[in-house]
Design a protein around this ligand. Structure first.
Ligand code: NDP
Length: 453
């Protein structure tokens, strides 16, 4: 690493200790842009790297709400407004008990480059709360969302910051958040994306991250004169991204084999077909149940319970061609990556954000795995959020076919841009460097043009 880059990294460690996920995201990024320093001295001269890792604004707030037993509950809410060089801050809200400043800072940082890669005019941000919607009644979720938005509404707006969903924030939560924003501001605007279709949502937004992931993976495979048709696929998670990833794999003739949740893993060697996918969607989205119930309906499948402290995850120890981690950060460690390579997996595309540890990524690099990092592979969600913003501004709704075609086009363009950047600045098919560099150069140029702000 160049000494200038090392000093940026060390300053960050000193300023923000105890933020391991944020450190990990910055380390991967700095490793990629290291090769630019010699050719692009203005990046160092204008201190772009120091500035890009420092959020423009960080908001942390108390969220009080009363549960169904009449007891007062207190959560912590956050919004990180990371970078607005390319447009208003844009990025999801995560409601999960693990949420803390480190996790949201890594997500906000990644979001800046992801949004840049979509080619749409969006800056990057991320937010959420350490609230667990699991096991809560609809009434409790609504009360929490209303209290959370009462504070957040002071900091967002259709031309300032437009949040969306992420883990634990789906259509139900976005509806409650939108209702409260409207009530407080007394205006109906496109301030959130992922809205219901009856109040400004876009067709294909729920599907967008999973569909986009498979469009990109298929584009990468076409680059290798191959296709996803007939490929055995491992998918982790069973939420929004996992469900539509499975749906698009089925539409393109691939064979989905697995799902997971935080309690365990399902491995279905017979393949997950449309009927089984409908069961999963009903189980997760309507009944809000656990995936262990899958084997009651389909007893030939295998369920492996997990505590989370195991050395490796059985899901990655499955014979397959392609893997799509769609659950959570750092779900593929070094040993998991070794298992994937040993089991014949030659393409890993990340539906989740940063699901592979730094050490796991090195294993894929050594094995020449076609590895596509989340900031490129899961950009379809925010891309369609960008299209939802355009529809809201026009006060029009585009057709499903129109939005889907635009999504496919954006994902194919991302593939083109990241592979060209990899060829120019790094090595062929190094999509980590390609995504970081292609995403970064555009933001850096805008930051330089806008002066020291
Ligand atoms: P959901 O809340 O809909 O689903 C998350 C899934 O991950 C659930 O099945 C959950 O299981 C599972 N999960 C959570 N923690 C673990 C764990 N430790 N081990 C195994 N499984 C776990 O979220 P999304 O599908 O929206 O998001 C999934 C990932 O995709 C996240 O990393 C998110 O940041 C990323 N992403 C999402 C986008 C979107 O548009 N929604 C856009 C881009 C990226 P359980 O029910 O047990 O909690």
């Amino acid at each position: 690493m160049h000494k200038e880059i090392e000093s940026v990294y060390n300053n960050m460690l000193q300023k923000d200790p105890n933020q391991p996920e944020f450190h990990q995201a910055v380390k991967v990024f700095l490793n990629s842009v290291d090769s630019l320093v010699a050719d692009e001295p203005k990046i160092i001269y204008h201190k772009i790297l120091d500035r890009i890792i420092e959020p423009e604004r960080t908001i942390i707030f108390r969220v009080p709400w009363i549960d169904d037993n009449g007891k007062l509950q207190i959560n912590r809410g956050f919004r990180i407004q990371q970078n607005s060089a390319l447009g208003p801050y844009k990025g999801g809200l995560r409601f999960h008990p693990s949420v803390n400043l480190s996790i949201l800072r890594f997500l906000a940082f990644e979001q800046v480059f992801k949004n840049s890669l979509t080619g749409l005019p969006m800056g990057g941000g991320k937010g959420g709360a350490d609230f667990n919607p699991k096991g809560k009644s609809d009434n409790e979720v609504m009360k929490f969302c209303q209290s959370f938005m009462t504070e957040l509404s002071k900091h967002i707006g259709p031309n300032t910051d437009i949040p969306a969903g992420d883990m634990g924030v789906g259509g139900r939560e976005i509806g409650y958040l939108f209702g409260q924003y409207k009530r407080i501001q007394n205006e109906v605007t496109g301030v959130l994306t992922g809205k219901g279709l009856s109040f400004g949502g876009s067709l294909i937004r729920p599907e967008a991250t999973g569909y986009g992931l498979i469009y990109l993976a298929d584009a990468v495979l076409h680059g290798e004169k191959d296709t996803i048709k007939g490929k055995r696929c491992i998918i982790s998670g069973s939420g929004n991204v996992a469900q539509y990833t499975i749906q698009k794999i089925l539409q393109l003739g691939g064979i989905p084999l697995t799902i997971s949740d935080s309690n365990g893993v399902i491995i279905d060697e017979a393949g997950i077909n449309e009927e089984k996918l409908s069961f999963i969607m009903n189980l997760k989205n309507v009944k809000r149940g656990r995936i262990s119930e899958y084997i009651k309906a389909f007893p030939t499948a295998k369920y492996v319970a997990r505590t989370g402290s195991e050395e490796y995850n059985e899901i990655w120890n499955t014979n397959a061609d392609c893997a799509f981690p769609c659950a959570v950060q750092n779900e593929i460690n070094e040993l998991d990556a070794k298992h994937l390579v040993a089991n014949g997996v030659f393409l890993v595309a990340e539906g989740a954000n940063m699901p592979t540890t730094f050490e796991g990524q090195q294993i894929f690099k050594k094995a020449n795995t076609l590895y596509i990092p989340g900031k490129a592979a899961n950009a379809g969600g925010v891309a369609v959020s960008g299209l939802e913003m355009s529809q809201n501004s026009e006060r029009l709704s585009w057709t499903k076919e129109n939005v889907d075609a635009k999504l496919k086009d954006i994902m194919e363009n991302i593939y083109k841009n990241i592979s060209e950047a990899a060829d120019q600045y790094s090595t062929h098919n190094n999509f980590t460097d390609g995504a970081n560099i292609a995403g970064f150069l555009k933001v850096a140029e805008a930051m330089i043009a806008q002066g020291y702000v």
